[in-house]
Ligand binder design. Sequence first.
Ligand code: FAD
Length: 394
Amino acid sequence: MGIKVIYEKCNLCKKCIEKCPFVSIEIKDNKIFINEKCTLCGLCVKICPEKALLKEEKEKEKIDLSQFKGIWFFAEAKDGGISSVSYEMLSAAKKLKEKLNEEICGVCFGKNIKDKVINLIRKGADKVYLIDDDVFCEFKEEVYADALSYLIKKYKPNIVIAAATMIGRSFIPAVSVKVKTGLTADCTDVDIDEKTGLLIQTRPTFGGNLMAKIICEKHRPQMATIRPKIFEQAKDQENTKGEIIEEKVEFKIEDRLNICGKQRIENVVDLQEAEIIVSGGRGLKEGKNFDIIKELADLLNAAVGASRAAVDSGWIGYPHQVGQTGKTVKPKIYIACGISGAIQHLAGMQTSDYIIAINKDPDAPIFKVANLGVVGDLFEVLPILIKKIKEGGK
Ligand SMILES: Cc1cc2nc3c(=O)[nH]c(=O)nc-3n(C[C@H](O)[C@H](O)[C@H](O)COP(=O)(O)OP(=O)(O)OC[C@H]3O[C@@H](n4cnc5c(N)ncnc54)[C@H](O)[C@@H]3O)c2cc1C
């Protein structure tokens, strides 16, 4: 693939040289020459008045799509077990199976987790591919990507879904590149088109103002990551008879090295897994006031969330953002402090089991979804709450 010069047509007008943003066109031996800086942007082809430049396309590889079968979901092993989000992915796979009728296969990587993986079978997986190896004690993106792409190339699934958690978001894109297919990241729904059998992947676009439905027609597998807390966790089923298939992958010696500074999986904090979330908004007035939110969160063993206003102000990082363009959460208790309750924030937290709102404006929309509302100044209310908890335990 490259830019071809048709010398018979070229009159050396040099327009391509002037316009090339990458300085990749020069004249050598009185002829146009494309050097190694060319990025194939195609601008020269468009502007050449003599049509003397052509972009050569590589002949597209024809893929026999009929050989790809099965609905796969990635099951994350965490803290010696299977993370709850994996059962949500199993639910999503079950929804797809209702229309596609292909077998559901889980894929799980971990150490000494075979007895936990059986739960995936109990809840409806037809098969689980398990790689039990020390190398998975810590999360290394490239190791996970190598292992999953090895299995995909070997078994050729039709669909692969994974949770859009910190783990899924970081290694699944690398897998899609390795197996040469597309990926729709951060979906809010997946379904099957009953006419074509294709996976319909729904996700917000244009800053959350539109919901796009995306399909992957020509490549396999069809891959998507799905936001946690969209699907309920799969429940135990009767008469399940799935099988666990143990696989082995040859890892490079450097993959086995325990590199200092790499995060161990147990230490990955996940807002979407938290049972209690204390969130702060613009009502905090400035970034350092998140300390009071963090103090309350520590006392309650809770995670810290935030509104987009707080994140956009640079008071806290984007991974903490709850809402339409942040994370969808469903904790047992959600405490919103100084958050007005804009529709986009509610979209990410209103299905929480119990919502407590602290806001000095009695008309703030957050009170419409709150189970318990405290009308007051958070700088007065939170210190009292923290003191009470410290006095009386959790
Ligand atoms: C396409 C799009 C996507 C978006 N996605 C998201 C998203 O994912 N998440 C999100 O959160 N927002 C999102 N937004 C932004 C959203 O519309 C709101 O602007 C944002 O949620 C407001 O944040 P806030 O409630 O912290 O701030 P504000 O709306 O300014 O509310 C601050 C609140 O604090 C209260 N307050 C002030 N001082 C105190 C005090 N001392 N004590 C107690 N209460 C006090 C005020 O009464 C007020 O209700 C999105 C917007 C768009 C257009």
